[in-house]
Structures are given as C-alpha cells and as structure tokens.
Design a protein around this ligand. Structure first.
Ligand code: SAH
Length: 251
C-alpha cells in the first residue's frame, strides 16, 4: 500500500492527524527534501527506510515503491503542502495504476493557505474578489497561452503565484499589462508557517524590487489583489438583516 501524504506548508504540526499517523506507521518514506520540514521525519519508526526525492528521478522513486510493494511494505510518499498543487503526483499515480498497486491520498495544508495565515488575510472578500487564481509565471516550465499572467490579470481577482520568485521582473510587467494598477497591493510570503517565515508587503509594481532588496529568491509565494487592501463589504452570512437556512433575519 502506498499513501501520498501532504506534509503541510512548513510547521511540523501542520500535518493532518491522519498524515501523522501514516507517517508514524510507514515502513518506507519518500519525502520531498527541498520543502518538507525534516522535523516530521523524527516521528518515523526507527527502522523506517527514508529517501529524499530531491535528488531522485520519477523512475528512481517508482523503483523504491516497486521494491517496497514486492516486500509487502507500507510506503508514505510525503509531498510538501498539498500534493494536488504542483506536486507531480499524477504521473506517480498513473504509474501505480499501470502496476495495479493500491494507493490513497491524504491532503495537506497548501502553502497558499499558510501564506494567507501569515498575512492574516482573507482571499475572498465581498465586493473585492470572489475568486482565487493559483498560477505561476512562465519560466522553464511552459504555461498554456490562455493562462499567461497578462490574460489572467484581466480578471483583477485575488492571485497567488507559486514558483515565480525568480521571474518577478517580467511577471510584474505582465500583471500590470493585464490590468492590475501599479499600486495594487501585493505581498511576498517567504517560508510561510516555517520558524523563519517572512512577510513583505508591497505593490504590484514593486514586487521585483522587494524580492531583490530582501534577497528572496525561492520558497516564496506572491499574492496580489485588493484583498490586501482595506476596503471590503461585510458578509451577508453574518448580517442581521439577511436570512438563510440556519438563521432568520432579525429585522
Ligand atoms: N504542493 C505545494 C507546492 C509545491 S511547488 C503546496 O501545496 O504548497 C513549490 C513552490 O511552492 C515553491 O517554489 C514556493 O513558491 C511554494 N511554497 C511551498 N512552500 C512554501 C512556503 N512554506 N511558503 C511560501 N511558499 C511556499
């Protein structure tokens, strides 16, 4: 049996209760060493075989899983944040399907949720934005034409950029060309929920400069949008004058 487990965004106690249990029981653990907090591995059994996938290819990861399966062992594949976001999990699952192995997925706290917590922000504010676009700037990994930053920026929604810290000169130009004004609030969140977390608030036009001045080159998320400003409407859900399934309007 193979369990894909989301490790959470950084702090070791942000893994789910289920993920922690699976990790503590595993015979074999393959973890994404570049971003998974090593403190999590302290909860593994003393005889657990541990592999860091940072230096491994997909084929090498699968070879470890093949051997574990042939020996009837339980494997945890520990991914950073939530495995569904830039986790390269699909190609593993397809390979496991082809081999007829049984596997399961335990979600995790994605770093974009960790970043909102670090910012003490709400991505979906009434009358500001009801949409969160999760995307990345185009670098060595191509991004489909219709999803270029310039096109997505035309929505003016909340946007969170993964994997883009080294691409901010071009990204900020694209975001502005697409429709965000230069003074749209923005933030860089470095190592959200880790002990050395850092938050830098800026504007769309100062993203690249802010990253440069603070030597932020990786392990950061870029958040953009009016949700980082001070204007919004209060929610209808908790408005005394609004009735819904669980509450009658009081006036
Ligand atoms: N599956 C992960 C994302 C993996 S892609 C998740 O759900 O969070 C790796 C990228 O995620 C990094 O380049 C960075 O942009 C972002 N990232 C991961 N952990 C982060 C953290 N704690 N703080 C800020 N950004 C993080």
């Amino acid at each position: 049996m193979i369990y894909f487990v989301g490790a959470g965004s950084g702090a070791a106690d942000l893994i789910t209760v289920r993920g922690a249990r699976l990790l503590g029981e595993a015979d074999v653990v393959i973890y994404a060493g570049s971003l998974v907090n090593p403190a999590l591995l302290e909860t593994c059994r003393a005889d657990c075989e541990i592999y860091d996938s940072a230096s491994m290819t997909l084929e090498q990861v699968l070879a470890v899983m093949d051997r574990a399966e042939s020996e009837g062992k339980t494997t945890v594949r520990l991914h950073t944040g939530d495995p569904s976001i830039y986790g390269a999990i699909r190609e593993q699952m397809d390979a496991l399907d082809a081999r007829g192995y049984t596997y399961d997925v335990t979600p995790g706290v994605s770093s974009f949720c960790g970043a909102a917590a670090a910012l003490k922000a709400e991505y979906t504010l009434p009358n500001v934005s009801q949409t969160v676009i999760i995307t990345r700037a185009e670098g060595r990994t191509p991004v489909p034409e219709k999803e270029q930053l310039r096109a997505l920026a035309s929505h003016g929604s909340t946007m969170v950029l993964f994997l883009s810290t080294g691409l901010l000169e071009k990204a900020e130009q694209e975001l502005m060309a697409g429709g965000y004004s230069a003074d749209t609030p923005a933030a860089i969140v470095y190592k959200a929920t880790w002990p050395d977390e850092k938050v830098f608030r800026c504007t769309v036009s100062t993203l690249a400069r802010t990253a440069r001045e603070n030597q932020i080159t990786k392990t950061a998320l870029i958040a953009v949008g009016g949700f980082l400003g001070s204007e919004y409407d209060r929610s209808l859900l908790y408005d005394p004058g609004f009735s819904h399934g669980c509450r009658e309007a009081s006036k």
